[in-house]
Write a protein that binds this ligand. Sequence first.
Ligand code: SF4
Length: 298
Amino acid sequence: MRRQSSSASRAAAPEQLGFAGMPERLFVCTPSKLGAYADCPRRYRYSYVDRPAPPKGPPWAHNSLGASVHTALRNWYALPPERRRPDAVPMLLKATWVREGYRDVEQEREVFRRALAWLESYVETLEPGADPLGVERVVAVKTAVLAFNGRADRIDSRPGPDGPELVIVDYKTGRTGLDADDARGSQALALYAYAAERVFHRPCRRVELHHLPTGTVAAHEHTPESLARQVDRAEATARDIMAAERAVADGADPDAAFPATPGTLCAWCDYRRHCPAGAGAPSKDPWTAVDRPAAPTE
Ligand code: SF4
């Protein structure tokens, strides 16, 4: 049977029925869970299947930096509008600063100053009195296969030709610049948009990556069809994961069910020390991505 491929038909889709009329189990997922499998099924297994989970490597400074900036921006919107001024940013960043992963105090201070400059420039672009519809807002939706939930950095409501429209905003702090193709290709952003449209009953087609280091915005306007295609892809990934989990439960070799796909990401993988397939990857210091030059988007 052909899979449904429009958001309208998806909205009306009944829960899929399996054997004996029993509803099939929905795959409960977040964007990072789907992304982990897409990046490397073995990494997915280490994170979500093996229990106890294998030990992770030490914390990464770029994750600390990303978390610090994201929390500072969340707290920015918790301030009363009259206090949303650039001079509030140092206090916000200090309060949320995560110290883990840096080489030394000197590097940490330098990165703090860098992050402060990004934030001070970024908040200048925000309207102090404008409250987003959601800040770190969890949106959730069910399809015939997925029970999706995810926390969007920001959901804006902006005027459109036929009334208010929602926009998904995702903050980025990685060193690599981002363009419209990144916004178009992001499954996470598309799933947030798909879910937000259903949660708030308003159109949500525009997705934006706000790259703080360069102060640039990479945007894409989805259509119902392009969102449905991303949902189709997410469902296909979910089916693969459920099939692999079933195979392991039925006695298959976990290494075969969740194959390793070594590549450039191994150097940044939390399980590299545990994973024989990733052992040959060049080793990165926890602070490499915040040193110059550098690394992956957070
Ligand atoms: S080290 Fe590489 S191959 Fe191993 S789990 Fe991580 S990403 Fe996969």
